[in-house]
Design a protein around this ligand. Structure first.
Ligand SMILES: *Cc1c(COP(=O)(O)O)cnc(C)c1O
Length: 421
């Protein structure tokens, strides 16, 4: 069976090598500290599950959602959330589209707007979904480098005029996966101005907008004046309410962008189960204490992990948002048995071996952490060329005592790796 060229053209699934190494380690009975995938380990809050349980018996919800945009009561709850949380006015009739999580919208927005040859500006490092679907739609993904010295914000003024002219979409994602960077109101203002000047649609992925620490409240791009003239923003229940498996989210923004997305979506699927939409309304209208508690839990893990890494020689600042830690690879590393990294670089694993093969530094580090320490991290190169030299650790940890696992992982790194910064 030969699949379509568009499928053959995309690079192999970036997590494949990691997944293979992980499967092998587990098959060999290795006890892994898993800082890999970002998937909340806590259950969905009871009041949301209970709301769903109740709604599921209502036969009215057992049929197609024929609205094309989503249940009106749910869209009204989303508009209410917009007022409460961001102080924005969004019209539930024309400016909101219900989605099965955000991933489907991130895909469909490309299909709705990109003609063959159009440029789609994507963050590098960033979530691969934007890029892959831009290619599926016949577009050309164009990476915008996110550099630490710019706070991992794209330098829009550096985008060549010719590229800007051909660009159709600009993907942004703040708080950002994988760098944990956040964006200010001022940055969004600048982005909106740039997009209006260049006739580009901004697609803002706000999946982590509620996962933030110490009172920091990430902003919605729709808070910016004129944003509704050129933006769509994607929201998800996945991270906020531990609902990755449920598949629920929404988009809001310019009515014409919402209409185009809705038209595309109704040709691809028939909307989200209505009982789930009602449960989503209950989540948005209900108490938000569960979100605060979730953030406090991640915050404790964040402090343990960042503190642990800094005790090993890193100099990391605590991320303001997301449940990740993004860290630079040390200059040198090797397994402790083979001697100090500074005197015996060629021996053992880690960087010594990297010098002999085409394996990137971040992959070599991830491999050394896995093989020498039984610790799983994601090499930054997986997220794009500018992710190289970094690695990502997730604070979502499936274990009876996640905090103990963080300490265990740090201890293993202390015992088994020689690090040079
Ligand atoms: C987890 C994540 C999402 C959310 O995906 P859903 O489809 O809503 O589950 C979106 N964008 C990024 C960058 C993510 O990391």
């Amino acid at each position: 069976m030969v699949p379509a060229q568009r499928l053959l053209d995309i690079p192999p699934y970036p997590f494949r090598e990691i997944a293979q190494l992980k499967a092998k380690a587990i098959a060999e009975g290795q006890d892994l500290v898993d800082w890999g995938i970002g998937d909340p380990d806590q259950p969905t809050p009871d009041h949301i599950v209970e709301a769903y349980q109740k709604e599921i018996w209502n036969a009215e919800w057992h049929r197609y959602d024929e609205t094309g945009y989503g249940d009106m009561a749910f869209r009204e709850a989303i508009a209410y959330h917009g007022r409460q949380r961001f102080g924005i006015e969004v019209d539930p009739k024309t400016e909101i589209q219900v989605a099965a999580g955000t991933k489907d919208s991130l895909a469909l927005i490309n299909w709705a707007f990109v003609n063959p040859g159009d440029i789609v500006l994507v963050p590098d490092p960033g979530y691969a979904v934007y890029k892959v679907n831009a290619s599926f739609a016949g577009g050309t993904p164009y990476p915008t480098p996110l550099l630490p010295e710019n706070g991992y914000l794209p330098d829009l003024s550096a985008i060549p005029a010719e590229v800007a002219r051909q660009a159709k979409l600009l993907f942004l994602n703040y708080p950002q996966n994988p760098t944990t960077a956040v964006a200010s109101h001022e940055f969004f203002q600048e982005a909106v101005r740039w997009a209006l000047d260049n006739g580009v649609v901004i697609c803002h992925d706000a999946a982590y907008i509620e996962i933030a620490y110490e009172g920091y409240r990430p902003v919605s791009i729709l808070e910016v004046e004129d944003a509704k003239r050129c933006c769509i923003e994607f929201h998800s229940f996945s991270k906020t309410y531990n609902m990755t498996g449920w598949r629920l989210g929404w988009s809001w923004g310019h009515p014409e962008i919402i209409t185009a997305l809705s038209k595309m979506k109704s040709n691809v699927d028939n909307g989200v189960f209505l009982a789930l939409q009602r449960a989503g309304a209950a989540a948005l209208r209900g108490p938000q204490k569960c979100v605060e508690e979730l953030c406090r839990m991640y915050q404790r893990r964040r402090d343990l992990l960042v503190g642990g890494l800094n005790s090993l020689g890193w100099r990391l600042e605590k991320p303001k948002a997301t449940f990740y830690v993004w860290a630079p690879c040390p200059k040198g590393f090797s397994s402790a048995e083979s001697g100090p990294a500074s005197t015996d670089r060629e021996a053992g694993r880690g960087r010594g071996r990297e010098a002999e093969s085409s394996e990137s530094l971040s992959s070599a580090l991830a491999r050394a952490l896995l093989v020498d320490c039984g610790v799983l991290v994601i090499p930054g190169a997986v997220y794009g060329a500018h992710g190289e030299g970094f690695f990502r650790m997730s604070l979502t940890i499936e274990a009876d005592d996640p905090e103990a696992r963080i300490k265990e992982g740090i201890q293993r790194m202390r015992d088994n790796l020689e690090l040079e910064f």
